[in-house]
Design a protein around this ligand. Structure first.
Ligand code: SF4
Length: 413
């Protein structure tokens, strides 16, 4: 993204760069006509709006119920997506240098470190409000609260108790979280002076959920093989557009072969079925090597833990309990025992040959549960590998070791 630093502001130059960059993405989407290319174009268009002076910029956590923003025509700024975008652009070096200068521990999750350095150096727009959810991790709540203090804007947090290890969260817990979301939805209207249309946002969100749910059901039933790394990227970006007309249309494009043709799994050589892997936690966004190795050795990431979201529909006439349930019973929320139980069940259902956990540097939430997850997979007799890395890195000291570990793991399979 040459000159992306200049996209900020209201200068003619910034506006021209925005227009030119969007035009190139639009052309790509029109040529490819796939869900992914349209999602990229629409999420970029919505995000660039946030760089304009006077824009409303809510910094929110990854699992935030974005429909209560779409209700007001507002796009979320999600630090994880912002950091992955910046580190994949020409601004990478500037962001890394800025992060290294900050008085911040090196073992802070790099999504947070990069986001903080980027906003403090005008590479991401400053917040007008910071809205968190306790799922998935406390680190990002700290980041959001700190940003709110520094920029003197409201900080609010939807507090979600841990779900039970077995079964669902109680109706009382769901009702409490629903009430917090309802109050926050009202507050956003008060802060911005905009009129809501939550019903419309939920109807649009449901269209996307219905399409994504169908795709996920077909994958789970073994009727559809997709590339788990690419579907991860799709869901990751899609988080910006849930509850919008663009998001609804883009997810619906997945229902045609043409719309999902850039997500298909590699074709196995005749007579040699691909070994199937389940991928847990985040992915290295910029390093292809590990995935290239997996393909070269006749395997494929058939499913990703993080893709399991927003598959259930929400009642447009009473949306808050449905939005709450997505948080209270999210597959990645809860104890390590719960996460292990759900993932072992998922691996058995998918009949995978092995499971890979990506140990993203600095993620207490992800790394903390690895010993319990490893033990659960060992007990189930399913091969399990945990590889160290940084989701935003390119190369680096861990990469070679991870490649060796992956090579041995694939040989074992
Ligand atoms: S990778 Fe871990 S620490 Fe970083 S934002 Fe995600 S859950 Fe939080």
């Amino acid at each position: 993204m040459p000159g992306m630093a200049d996209v900020t502001g209201n200068t003619l130059n910034a506006a021209l760069i925005r227009t030119a960059f969007l035009a190139s993405m639009r052309l790509k989407a029109l040529q490819n006509r796939t869900a992914h290319s349209y999602l990229m174009m629409h999420s970029l268009a919505a995000s660039l709006e946030m760089f304009k002076p006077g824009a409303i910029v809510p910094w929110v956590s990854y699992l935030f119920p974005t429909e209560i923003l779409s209700s007001y025509g507002i796009t979320p700024m999600i630090p994880e997506i912002g950091s992955a975008t910046i580190t994949g652009s020409d601004l990478r070096e500037a962001a890394e240098a800025a992060a290294a200068r900050m008085a911040l521990a090196r073992d802070v999750c790099s999504y947070h470190r990069t986001a903080l350095a980027s906003v403090e150096n005008d590479m991401l727009p400053a917040p007008t409000m910071c809205l968190g959810t306790t799922p998935l991790c406390l680190g990002k709540e700290m980041l959001l609260e700190m940003l709110a203090v520094r920029h003197d804007v409201p900080f609010r947090e939807i507090r979600v108790p841990l779900p039970p290890d077995e079964g669902e969260s109680s109706p009382e817990v769901v009702a409490d979280v629903a009430e917090q979301i309802r109050v926050l939805h009202d507050d956003i209207g008060r802060w911005t002076g905009r009129k809501p249309d939550l019903r419309k946002a939920v109807v649009l969100s449901n269209r996307a959920s219905k399409a994504w749910g169908e795709i996920m059901r077909a994958r789970l039933a073994g009727e559809l093989e997709l590339n788990g790394r690419k579907t991860f990227a799709l869901v990751f970006l899609g988080q910006l557009l849930w509850g919008t007309a663009e998001g609804a249309k883009d997810f619906e494009r997945l229902l045609t072969e043409r719309g999902r043709r850039d997500l298909v799994a590699p074709t196995p050589p005749p007579g040699r079925p691909l070994k199937k892997l389940l991928w847990l936690h985040t992915v290295p966004h910029h390093d292809r090597e590990i995935f290239d190795l997996i393909e070269q050795r006749g395997a494929t990431v058939t499913f990703e833990e993080m893709g399991q979201m927003h598959e259930d529909l929400i009642d447009p006439d009473d949306p808050f309990p449905g939005l709450a349930r997505r948080l209270t019973d999210h597959t990645l929320w809860g104890t390590s025992a719960r996460r292990a139980r759900l993932n072992v069940a998922l691996a058995k259902r998918l009949k995978v040959d092995g499971v890979v956990h990506f140990n993203h540097w600095g993620c207490r939430h992800g790394l903390g549960s690895v010993p319990v997850i490893r033990a659960a997979f060992m007990e189930a007799g399913i091969p399990f590998l945990a590889i160290d890395g940084d989701a935003l890195a390119r190369g680096g000291p861990n990469q070679e070791k991870s490649l060796q570990q992956m090579e041995s793991f694939l040989e074992l399979l």
